[in-house]
Design a protein around this ligand. Structure first.
Ligand code: PLP
Length: 379
């Protein structure tokens, strides 16, 4: 039988992503959840994640991991850290912002949504006005890199406004954490939420929040969910070093190894540099072939690039996808509500040569499919 590792396609998606062979191999060991080695591993991962967010053990923040995908961590954080009677302002310019609003509504919080176009960042000045006009909006929730279009939202500017108005800011940094600097302490963020399987290059199965310990303390018995109660998970972990319910042991082993490789690469700076190179190779190659990126250069995060659907009648996403997949590359459909698009990711254990390979494959596929007009349709 062929080695499954060799059959793995290169994932040019927003997650799950391509992981290194050593990260995959780290999962070959079965840990018992009460094993002192596993307790040490959990502690090591938690403190490494805290450090990536610019925080240390004495800085008033804690890392609270939670079983599940990133969305579980988002839901756990909102349910736990936003008081039940609070008003929430959600900034939305894509599917993940909309998902946050939906979660907060489901949880029965009063939700106001500030929407901008998917290619348009939110305006700090507008947010200041909205907060001044409604003092009951005690919490603001935003997405750092909105993976829908690939836009980088202005975190530092927004944090300044929210802090100056005396409100709490929760940040979904799922697709930026580990590749774009986030100084949770310096910005005074109440919580930053991310997961094991994006820029940290681990495998899926664990989300986490880096949260103010004051907020975690105040959150006792606030969550309506038991399994997603971040405060309870935190208290139990602080007390026993263990997880409340079955931990995703293999995911933790993989993440521990992935963090070692992250540090070897030079942390956020090193990883961000490689992704920026990946993104440049991708943008240069695709524009040379005639494809049009959705975002202007100054808004584009080096995480995932959205291209307009080619105007050529011979283009069909499924065929395009399949032909690339046969060549060993998995791309992703677009998620924009207005413009037709497809996406190609720059993150995961992939290097500029992999993006060059993908561009070569795209160039073969467009010839094979007879796609001559590669620019987007007139809007
Ligand atoms: C990936 C992602 C999530 C979480 O998605 P899951 O499928 O639950 O892991 C949340 N927000 C953003 C911005 C993301 O990119």
């Amino acid at each position: 039988m062929a080695d499954p590792i060799l059959l793995t396609p290169i994932l040019l998606t927003p997650g799950p992503l391509t992981t290194s062979e050593s990260v995959k191999r780290a999962m070959l060991r079965d840990w018992g959840s009460r094993d002192t080695g596993f307790i040490a591993l959990t502690a090591r991962v938690r403190s490494a994640l805290l450090k990536i967010a610019g925080s240390g053990p004495e800085s008033g923040y804690a890392c609270v991991p939670i079983q599940g995908s990133g969305t579980f961590a988002v839901e756990a954080t909102i349910d736990s850290l936003v008081p039940r009677s609070a008003g929430v302002l959600v900034l939305a310019n894509g599917a993940y912002g909309e998902r946050i609003a939906k979660i907060a509504q489901r949880l029965g919080r009063r939700v106001d949504i500030y929407r901008t176009e998917e290619h348009e960042p939110p305006s700090p000045g507008e947010i200041r006005k909205l907060l001044k006009a409604d003092p009951a909006l005690s919490h603001v929730i935003m997405v750092h890199c909105e993976t829908t279009a690939g836009i980088l939202n202005p975190l530092a500017e927004m944090a300044d406004v929210v802090r100056a108005e005396g409100r709490a800011l929760l940040v979904d940094a799922m697709s930026s954490f580990g590749a774009i600097p986030i100084d949770a302490v310096g910005l005074g963020l109440t919580a930053v939420i991310a997961s094991s399987n994006k820029c940290l290059e681990g495998v899926p199965g664990m989300g986490f929040a880096i949260a103010k310990t004051d907020a975690l303390k105040a959150a006792t018995d606030n969550a309506s969910s038991l399994s997603l109660d971040l405060a309870d998970q935190w208290q139990y972990m602080e007390k026993s070093g263990q997880w409340r319910f079955t931990p995703p042991t293999h995911v933790l082993s993989a993440l521990d190894q992935a963090i070692t490789e992250f540090e070897e690469e030079g942390g956020v700076a090193g990883r961000g540099r490689r992704y920026a190179e990946n993104c440049k190779v991708l943008l240069d190659g695709m524009t040379k072939l005639g494809f049009e990126p959705m975002l202007s250069h100054n808004l584009q995060a080096p995480i995932i690039v959205t291209f307009r659907t080619p105007a050529d009648p011979n283009y069909e996403f499924e065929k395009f996808y399949d032909a690339l997949r046969v060549r060993g590359y998995a791309i992703y459909p677009g998620k924009l509500t207005k413009a037709d698009s497809f996406r190609i990711g720059c993150i995961g254990r992939i290097f500029p040569k992999d993006l060059q390979g993908a561009i070569q494959a795209v160039s073969e596929v467009i010839d094979e499919m007879g796609i001559r007009q590669r620019g987007g349709k007139a809007q």
